[in-house]
Design a protein around this ligand. Structure first.
Ligand SMILES: Cc1cc2nc3c(=O)[nH]c(=O)nc-3n(C[C@H](O)[C@H](O)[C@H](O)COP(=O)(O)OP(=O)(O)OC[C@H]3O[C@@H](n4cnc5c(N)ncnc54)[C@H](O)[C@@H]3O)c2cc1C
Length: 470
């Protein structure tokens, strides 16, 4: 609860119009894109600048009020669900592109900038910001940095972490620090920039970021390989990489996913095959031609029934858009869609796909799988109904077994969606007790009063997902 006196102090910082504790306002920010989690915050605050963020944090630290920083709430790990109440901090006023530096190849932004707006702004200058999560039309840079988001171009170009050069961060005591800089080389002290990337709002609030840009690739080609055998598609992925080709994109969709994506996008995707690979390469035209030819040969050797290169940018874009809409398309099937993020070394993709299908069968649940096959990052997705507790129990068990299998194969419980509340019960499986203790020591040092996004990353005693209502 926020007392009347504290409320007045917070309003004096941001103004009445930027402080909302109405029931409707709080309800809107009580959940995010993750199914089954909901909890009301005490207030929603929209600061206008770093100074206001710092002052808000000081008040909250003094009164032990939880702070949940929030971009667009598209995370899939309940990372912005205010499980312990407190305030949700939104960045609708802090959404400016501050500078595009063409000499140093950097862009400096406020946290509320929408990812696609940034990508378009730099492309207008012939520059390239590769991280492209499928949610990029709505996700923010602040959210991308805090989840260390990946995307379709991650195989060749890496993830958000690889592009964060400098940060301005408000710490839990209200101090404002700057990490990194526009520097190709910098080894002055601990790498705090990397520490904050992927920290899910639990260590500090990012109020500014400087990101690396690269020149736009000259050309790009896209092709679709169709398979009647899931494992043959997975084998093609490993073989392409083993042939020393790193394509920009190497995405996988299984038949159930294809069917719903085609029903949703109606672009003429085949629905009578077991799997497709969406493959792209960019760069100088001779390299692109050579790689596309070699990859087509590999796919055919691995029993692809058809390999087709997109004939125009419009056709290629339709294929990319279709892949990006996989989650939205699957969400139409049932009232609840649980999407997971199991990731394995790419050499283990075939085994993981097989295991997912066997686990789905064992627990009598429908699991559609798509994902960034080239990164070993699969999204087994279960259309279900949260009201059917018996089915949900089976879904929980199936996913726990999928995570265990991913770890057994040398993988992880999340490749890009983060831990939040959703994966917290499983984090110890990946890090071990000692790993968790090291992470807790960092958290305690930077946020001794546990006000920064509490209840996230570190598990409470229960291993079960819960619906939380306050
Ligand atoms: C349809 C769909 C497709 C998706 N596709 C992908 C994909 O391809 N790849 C991928 O990686 N993810 C994907 N996601 C997940 C999600 O979009 C990403 O995690 C994204 O980065 C979240 O951005 P956001 O602005 O919505 O952040 P939010 O969900 O609002 O927040 C994410 C985390 O960042 C923290 N945070 C936000 N802003 C700040 C800040 N300024 N300072 C400190 N902490 C902050 C929050 O507390 C939270 O922990 C997808 C989600 C959906 C719904």
């Amino acid at each position: 609860m926020i007392s009347r006196e504290v409320k007045q102090r917070l309003i004096s910082i941001v103004g009445k119009e930027n402080y909302d504790d109405s029931k409707a306002g709080r309800l809107v920010y009580s959940y995010d894109a993750t199914p089954q989690f909901q909890s009301l915050p005490d207030a929603v605050i929209a600061p206008r600048n770093t100074k206001e963020v710092s002052e808000i944090v000081k008040v909250c630290n003094e009164h032990r009020i939880p702070i949940v920083p929030r971009g667009s709430g598209t995370n899939l790990c309940a990372g912005t669900c205010p499980t312990e109440g407190g305030i949700v901090l939104i960045f609708k006023h802090m959404n400016k592109i501050l500078e595009i530096d063409e000499e140093n190849l950097t862009v400096t932004v406020q946290p509320g900038v929408i990812t696609l707006d940034l990508i378009k702004a730099v492309e207008a200058k012939g520059l390239f910001y590769p991280p492209d999560p499928s949610s990029m039309k709505i996700s923010t840079i602040g959210g991308n940095i805090n989840e260390n988001s990946g995307g379709l171009r991650g195989l060749k170009y890496g993830v958000t972490r690889d592009y964060v050069m400098a940060l301005e961060v408000v710490l839990a005591n209200g101090d404002v620090i700057r990490t990194g800089g526009k520097l190709a080389k910098d080894v002055a002290g601990y790498d705090l920039t990397r520490l904050f990337v992927g920290s899910e709002g639990t260590l500090g609030i990012i109020t500014e970021a400087t990101l690396k840009l690269i020149p736009m690739p000259e050309t790009k080609k896209t092709m679709l390989a169709l398979y009647q055998d899931l494992e043959a598609a997975a084998r093609s992925v490993s073989k392409i990489i083993a042939n020393k080709i790193i394509p920009t994109t190497l995405e996988f969709l299984d038949q159930p996913t294809l069917e719903v994506v085609e029903a949703y996008t109606q672009i003429g995707l085949p629905t009578d095959v077991k799997a497709v690979l969406l493959i792209e390469q960019d760069g100088p035209s001779e390299v692109v031609e050579r790689d596309m030819k070699k990859m087509a040969e590999i796919c055919k050797e691995e029993q692809a029934v058809s390999v087709k290169v997109a004939q125009s940018e419009a056709e290629a874009d339709a294929l990319r858009t279709a892949r990006r809409s996989a989650l939205s398309a699957l969400a139409r099937l049932k009232p609840t869609t649980i999407l997971e993020d199991a990731t394995v070394p790419r050499s283990e993709i075939a085994k993981m796909v097989k295991a997912i299908n066997e686990i789905a069968e064992k627990y009598h649940v429908k699991i559609c799988t798509f994902g960034h096959a080239g990164d070993g990052n699969l999204h087994p997705t279960c259309p279900t109904d949260a009201r059917d507790r018996e089915e949900i129990e089976r879904v929980e068990k199936a996913f726990a077994e999928i995570f265990a299998k991913a770890i057994e194969l040398g993988g992880t419980i999340t490749g890009e969606h983060g831990v939040g509340v959703m994966k917290a019960p499983y984090l110890e499986w990946k890090l071990g007790r000692e790993g968790i203790a090291a992470m807790k020591a960092i958290k305690n040092a930077l946020d001794p009063n546990n006000i920064m996004n509490p209840g996230k990353v570190f598990a409470k005693s229960t291993r079960k997902r819960v619906v939380i209502t306050r």
